[in-house]
Design a protein around this ligand. Structure first.
Ligand code: RB5
Length: 144
């Protein structure tokens, strides 16, 4: 199950990405927002992170205007690794090297079709483990 959420600044991409997920057989759970009314990205990031930490969802996609606010908020949730990505190489590496739980995309930065390619490369990648897993563990141990 993939957790997806956005603030008002990412709602169009959220709908577009949901269409892609549906058409490609991915199950997802939408954590809002569901209107164009202004809202606060941490209020969406938190339940998405909680769904991952509880095991309800395996991966997450968060979208805001730039992707930055969502990545800051998600990375403040203990145990979560969120990667702010603007290209397909980074989104693949976010999984292969960093085993990121979540990718964060900016609707005002990244066009809709590139956003789909970014999602595709993240979801189709596999964590490589080994030395990368050790580095991920070290990074997580920095958490206070
Ligand atoms: C909302 O205007 C905007 O600040 C938000 O979507 C996001 O870009 C924050 O990082």
């Amino acid at each position: 199950m993939i957790a997806i959420g956005s603030d008002h600044g990412g709602i169009n991409h959220k709908e577009y990405i949901k269409e892609f997920l549906k058409a490609n057989g991915y199950e997802y759970k939408d954590f809002g927002t569901n209107s164009s009314e202004s809202c606060d990205y941490p209020d969406i990031a938190k339940p998405v992170c909680d769904a991952i930490l509880s095991g309800e969802c395996e991966k997450g996609i968060l979208i805001c205007g730039t992707g930055i606010g969502m990545s800051i908020a998600a990375n403040k949730v203990k145990g979560i690794r969120a990667a702010h990505v603007t290209d397909t190489f980074s989104s693949r590496m976010a999984m292969e090297h960093n085993n990121a739980h979540i990718i964060c995309i900016g609707e005002r930065i990244t066009g809709p079709d590139l956003a789909i390619e970014i999602v595709k490369s993240y979801l189709s990648a596999t964590h490589l483990g080994g030395r990368h897993a050790k580095r991920v563990e070290k990074a997580m141990a920095l958490e206070n």
